[in-house]
Ligand binder design. Structure first.
Ligand code: FES
Ligand SMILES: [Fe+2]
Length: 456
């Protein structure tokens, strides 16, 4: 029936002929060991825990279909080990953290953070069993309050992500969700990344459908989110800028610029407070983005979002200061009626099935970013399969520029609506090109603090 389906669904009342659901795109969505997207994602350091999560008990964590345990031992070293003990498989989440490594609860085998077996207390003193092999361990680094794990081939280790925003003087990185913990979402990783390159869902889902779900730094709802904008998508050296231009008044345009970085990262702003505070000669005010987020696959049907908020030293986390409805609706556990009446990103993405079926989609102009992203992921997968380093793998110690954040542009409106749309799109594209030439955050790192867009 599949071959005839497109014709049949042109009839009304034809669901009967539409019941054959095609399979998901396994190349882009499956993340287990040896799977194409899984091997791509394993070429990058991934954030696997917040440093503050590592206390006196080990944490069980599933990453890309692999069951692991993460802990900090008495020396302060972090281990990322296979969950199941090399002896007879007991889960090390029930083990005890030692001065050096972790000890299994069942027969006391002790493993160092690098997988060395340090002790097998029930074996004879002269046993060499523990010296004959290693327990599985992955490389770990800690930076910026983030525990990074590398699950890829040991001879292909890249630099840690060195995004300019990850080490910004005067700021700390705080967790980006209200819970202060990773955000677990029961759907495939690509649905979460699809959302990063889909700026126009913001006005529909987060404003027109569910009521305005975003607040500015002053805690006020950003009603301007309801304005339907004009979208543009611009490739950068490291990803895609998704630009949404909304006209605020006759001389001001808001450019919402959510940046996607290959393969599973986004940077985005907390929404500014409008109207902008232009100085007499200002034509453009760029607001500092505050959030970076990674979509780290748990397995094919679950994803862990790790988000980080740039927080000025000594100040309260700006993401949790005012309880933003979009964040409330970002995770699991809400009453079902709330989920139905005021859905957010969680419902939108999880509602696409555990793994979205691309063969059943009908992409339109709103999906240009999605199409660009998926095409690029496919190319990066091919690069790995052909034995090359994929995009954004660096080993030269460089700082990587980011470009996201909201901008207010002083731009006089054209008389006709259609001309104004063109004008806004061009202004957005030109702004993006300026940023690519002079990255705003890297530039700020090297020079002086930028002005805030609006009064605080
Ligand atoms: S199963 Fe871990 S020590 Fe026996
Ligand atoms: Fe969203």
């Amino acid at each position: 029936m599949r071959g005839t389906r497109p014709e049949l669904v042109k009839q009304s009342y034809s669901a009967y002929f539409n019941r054959d659901i095609p399979r998901e795109d396994a190349v882009l969505t499956h993340v287990g060991p040896g799977k194409p997207a899984g091997e791509l994602l394993r070429r990058y350091w991934q954030p696997i825990a917040y440093s503050r999560e590592l206390k006196d008990l080990p944490i069980r964590r599933r990453i890309m279909g692999e069951d692991l345990v993460v802990f900090r031992d008495g020396r302060g070293k972090v281990g990322l080990l296979e969950l199941h003990c090399s002896h007879r498989g007991t889960s090390l989440e029930y083990g005890r953290i030692e001065e050096r490594g972790i000890r299994c609860c069942y027969h006391g085998w002790q493993f160092d953070v690098d997988g060395r077996i340090l002790d097998t207390p029930l074996e004879p003193a002269d046993s060499t069993l523990k010296d004959r092999f290693f327990h599985g361990a992955y490389l770990v680094q800690e930076r910026g309050g983030i525990v990074w794990g590398y699950l890829g081939p040991p001879d292909k280790v890249p630099d840690l992500p060195a995004l300019d925003l990850l080490a910004f003087p005067g700021y700390t990185l705080e967790p980006g969700e209200l819970t202060g913990a990773p955000n677990f979402r029961p759907c495939n990783w690509l649905q979460v990344v699809d959302n990063y390159v889909d700026p126009q869902h913001e006005e529909y889902l987060h404003a027109l459908h569910s009521g305005v779900q975003f607040v500015a730094r002053n805690g006020k709802f950003v009603e301007e989110l309801k304005i339907i904008g004009e979208a543009e998508y611009v490739e950068t050296p490291t990803g895609i800028l998704t630009l949404e231009m909304r006209r605020l008044d006759d001389e001001t345009v808001w450019v919402r610029n959510i940046e996607y970085i290959w393969p599973n990262i986004a940077t985005l702003g907390l929404l500014p407070q409008w109207p902008p505070r232009f100085g007499p000669r200002d034509t453009e005010l760029h607001d500092f983005p505050i959030t970076m987020v990674w979509a780290v696959p748990t397995d094919d049907t679950n994803t862990m979002e790790m988000s980080f908020v740039l927080t000025p030293l000594g100040e309260e986390n700006p993401r949790t200061k005012h309880k933003m409805p979009a964040l409330v609706a970002n995770g699991p556990g809400r009453p079902y009626e709330d989920m139905q009446r005021m859905p957010g990103d969680f419902e939108a993405q999880v509602g696409q099935r555990p793994i979205a079926v691309h063969a059943r989609e009908h992409l339109g102009s709103v999906d240009r970013g999605v199409a660009m992203m998926r095409k690029g992921i496919r190319e990066a997968i091919e690069e790995v399969q052909e034995g090359r380093d994929p995009v954004n793998v660096f080993r030269d110690g460089r700082t990587v520029a980011t470009y996201g954040g909201d901008t207010a542009l002083r731009l006089e409106a054209a008389a006709k609506a259609a001309d104004d749309k063109r004008l806004m799109r061009r202004a957005g594209r030109e702004m993006a090109q300026r940023y690519i030439k002079t990255p705003p955050h890297l530039h700020r790192l090297k020079s002086r603090p930028a002005k805030a867009v609006t009064a605080e």
